[in-house]
Write a protein that binds this ligand. Structure first.
Ligand code: AMP
Length: 307
């Protein structure tokens, strides 16, 4: 039987501007990108989220087509879908959030139906920390792994529930700037130490095009990003990274340090695909063979004699 993955996160309309192009109200959101990336693996993925009365049915159909269970997605009759608008600068990494409209998320009280309440892996994707806590409290049995993501918006505005949810998870995936912002430290080493003291056993620090480091038990491990020819839109890279990470782990019999390290290679591979087109477009018809090739390329990049 396939492992069960449950993702709670946003489903969004994104407006994205880069130095080269602008797209309006495309299908995005943290849950969307994670679910689409993880759907490349053998697992049963379900989403808990909410959309508004303006949400187009074709996007729910698309998720279903990819084998993603959408029964945990509420459709609000009253409000509008969560909207995010961001701008990237010439380095294609620095991001400015222009606007965040929580809309239906403001009133959202997640309901984890019995069928979804016993996942093997739970991903608390980038979302209001109160909703993350509420979802976790409805899980019946401790999942094999609980992975958390967050971002500056929640770090700046919702510190107390954020600290609480950080204390309840196994893994936190965060980018370098957010790790410093979260802890008020000026070095990643100090920031990681502090985050581990907050609760998680594993801290993953993402550094965009450079790669990602895993920190655990006073040890660390690094995987470089795959060097893509051109970054078109970095939105969702962190989410697609998580989709690859949990996707690989869901296929393993056991979650161990070794499988977590390997999962990081899949994470970096999946993160590299999404940036090559706007939104999740590049993930949608991504062949398994392309993933294999990229994973092997990253392996080659990190291999040296007598290894
Ligand atoms: P990433 O680039 O991996 O950080 O993910 C970007 C995605 O996160 C976009 O599709 C947005 O819709 C979504 N997003 C942006 N801001 C937030 C927020 N404050 N909470 C949850 N999701 C967000």
């Amino acid at each position: 039987m396939n492992s069960k993955l449950l993702v709670v996160g946003t489903i969004a309309y994104d407006t994205i501007q880069t130095p080269y192009a602008k797209v309006d109200k495309i299908f995005g959101g943290s849950a969307t990108h994670i679910a689409l990336a993880s759907s490349k693996f053998n697992l049963d993925c379900s989403i808990i989220s909410i959309v508004g009365n303006d949400f187009e049915k074709k996007y729910l159909d698309l998720l279903r087509e990819k084998g993603i269970n959408t029964s945990g997605i509420s459709i609000s009759k009253k409000g509008k879908t969560f909207q995010w608008s961001g701008q990237y600068f010439s380095d294609m990494k620095t991001r400015k959030t222009i606007d965040t409209q929580l809309n239906v998320l403001e009133e959202f009280e997640p309901k984890v139906i019995t069928e979804l309440s016993n996942p093997d892996i739970l991903v608390l994707a980038n979302l209001h920390p109160e909703i993350q806590i509420d979802t976790l409290n409805q899980i019946r049995k401790k999942p094999k792994l609980i992975v958390l993501d967050t971002m500056n918006f929640w770090i700046e505005n919702f510190r107390s529930p954020l600290n609480k949810i950080i204390s309840m998870v196994d893994v936190i995936s965060i980018n370098d700037e957010e790790a410093l912002m979260l802890t008020g430290e000026n070095s990643i080493t100090k920031a990681v130490k502090e985050i581990i003291n907050m609760g998680p056993e594993f801290v993953i620090v993402k550094e965009g095009h450079k790669g990602a480091s895993l920190f655990y038990n006073e040890k660390s491990f690094f995987i470089p990003s795959f060097p893509v020819k051109e970054v078109i839109d970095p939105t969702g890279a962190g989410d697609s990274f998580i989709g690859g990470f949990v996707g690989y782990l869901a296929e393993q019999d056991q979650i161990s340090i070794e499988s977590i390290k390997k999962a990081l290679i899949y994470a970096c591979a999946m993160g590299s695909f999404i940036v090559e087109k706007f939104g999740s477009e590049n993930l949608i018809n991504l062949p398994a063979e392309s993933i294999k090739l990229r994973v092997n390329a990253i392996r080659e990049m990190t291999k040296f004699e007598n290894q």
